[in-house]
Design a protein around this ligand. Sequence first.
Ligand SMILES: [Zn+2]
Length: 542
Amino acid sequence: MKCDQLIKIAIVFGLGTIACRSVTPLPPPSFPAARDSTEQESPVDFDRAQLQSVLAFLSSDLLEGRAPGTRGGSTAELYLQSLFQWMGLQPGHGARFLQPLPLKAIQLDEATLEASGIQLALGPDLMGSFVSPERFFAVQGPAVFVGFGIQADRWNWDDFKGADLKGKFLIARVNDPGTIYPEIFEGKTLTYYGRWTYHLEEAARRGAVGMLLIHTDESAGYGWDVVQNSWEGESLYLPEDLDNGLKFRGWIREAAFRKLMVAAKQDPDGLLRAAQQKTFKPVDLGFGIRISGKSRFREVTASNVVAEIPGRSKQRIVLSAHIDHLGMKPGAGEDRIYNGAIDNASAVAALVMTARLLQQHQKELFYTVTVLACQAEEAGLLGSEYFVKTADRENLIAAINFEATPVWKRAKSLMGIGAEYSTLDDTLQTVATQLGVGTSRFSLVNQGLFYRSDQFSFARYGIPALWISAGEDDLSGERPYTRFWSSNYHTVRDEYDPQWDLGALRQTIQAAVLMVQDLNRTKARPSWKYPVPFPMEKQPIP
Ligand SMILES: [Zn+2]
């Protein structure tokens, strides 16, 4: 990093504290960040209280877990809008900061599955969503087992073999065959073809009326309680998700699947084994599935908050982080509030601080920077998807997303989740060298994390994108970030702690600022490194 750059950044962070401190309900104590002796003179050395103020406010109980369309969710939107205005950013949605989302919410109240003379119940046997506005519903179709339900030309894998699946009710296993055969797909690294969202999208493309994914603890990577937890309550959709013919989508528990197969005189193990072969063909199970029940439909009012820092070009780099979290859920014990301090208040704090720095350097910007605090990520990346679908995509050159940013001590490395698929990896390497650290890959490769946050909404439309983060390995050799994913992620325990060091958060901000500056300096247009392990809805711009 150039010396004048260092000085400028230091000056920016020397300027007063962020205005939001005065509205924070929990004024955080300001004390010097814990430093270790190995830390070099930091190029970005700002007051921890600035970061804490955003983090503490968004994580507070008063925001009630920031679910889209709730009082807490709307408060978070207004707070971000106020911050962006105060910082002097320009509105990023025409003349406005708020981009309203046409979200539809559906709550499944009752559902029963009838097939082969047996009944399966919502809760213990199946979870899911009926995707249509009617109060009373019945979805039915001939049952077909489709193996993994994957067509991926790159690995010459096609479970469908041209079968006509219109009007059928599909049953599929999750993951991709790479989890069984390390030499195909990406081995243990889950590809998008293994994500349950892909299976549902593929079923909808093929005209199916319903789909049930078989849940096993092993294949899903989490227990049935997690499926229940995430599918009970409302499901949110964009209108086009409701317009396709896939009316019921959900999960069937392994034991229920086995019971159903035995009742229909099918061999469940034989089916699962057959699905492991490339030669697999869809199996007509010889019975019909009917799911009927009651559901409720409503419109939800929620918005992305979009700002921009104009550069000389109309081409733009998007910086993003999702505002929303899981809200409040009754019955989750005494604490009902999913505060989402790390997921994703920390990342929003990183977004705000990165934008603030870049705003102070606006004159140096060639590319315009769009600052996107997006909604409804937890409901399936809906806010970012809507943003990308309605954007002038030809002029989006790259997206840098913050997600569940580590808040502990400085890390030994930087991570770019999904960076390896594009030349953004080279930019990240340059930045890591400037910061005197290495780069690393996230160890949780079987979780498909690249496909589970907003960077993927950009990537699937051909816009090179990554999730930027400090690495898992902190300077004292501890891995608090890795522990977070197995112990506190998506629980009520994801709460703010004023003792957090925030060194890794600061490091992530430094890295993002430097990445944007490097892209501006080189005026490089990032491009993909082929082939990528996910289908693109729009081919990238050459
Ligand atoms: Zn998140």
